[in-house]
Design a protein around this ligand. Structure first.
Ligand code: FMN
Length: 148
């Protein structure tokens, strides 16, 4: 089993209840728009996000299968809704419920957009356990926390 253990991943940023984290990407997942809340919560400036692959905020605890499902769903023209743990620039993390879907102009798919809202502590715990299990089942590196 391959493990990583970096305590810097353990600092959580709470997403405020009354704010939406919004971003848009081109059809390949490159960020074309980031709202102020996205910048604040991820710890990046707008200039650091625009033009980058959205995986810039990918957390190592996320199973690849979640993103495969996301891309399959949105490429089929459907809306994807899921729980995502994201990585901040400072290696801290934040949990969200994300809704990802297409942006259409004159009936043509031009971009993708994502709206994210906070989730409860219970949901975070539930998904941490689920995602750890999914990563383990797919031989992906898993988190190891050592209390000394
Ligand atoms: C509109 C949109 C928003 C996305 N938001 C996130 C996100 O917040 N966090 C994330 O890790 N991946 C997000 N993704 C998925 C990434 O494009 C990417 O598939 C994922 O980070 C996994 O990285 P990888 O494909 O390089 O393995 C988003 C994709 C789209 C189209």
């Amino acid at each position: 089993m391959i493990e990583y253990n970096e305590s810097e991943f353990l600092v959580e940023t709470e997403v405020p209840q009354d704010e939406l984290i919004i971003s848009r990407t081109d059809l390949h997942g490159k960020i074309t728009y980031a709202n102020e809340t996205f910048c604040d919560i991820s710890g990046y400036t707008e200039a650091e996000l625009i033009g980058k692959a959205h995986s810039i905020v990918r957390h190592p605890d996320m199973p690849s299968a979640a993103f495969e499902d996301l891309w399959q769903t949105i490429q089929a023209g459907k809306q994807w809704k899921g729980i995502v743990k994201n990585l901040r620039k400072d290696k801290g993390f934040y949990w969200v419920e994300a809704i990802v879907s297409g942006v259409y102009k004159n009936g043509e798919l031009v971009e993708y957009k994502s709206l994210r809202t906070p989730i409860s502590y219970e949901t975070k715990l539930q998904y941490q356990i689920l995602y750890d299990k999914m990563r383990q089942e797919h031989n992906e590196r898993i988190r190891k926390v050592i209390y000394t």
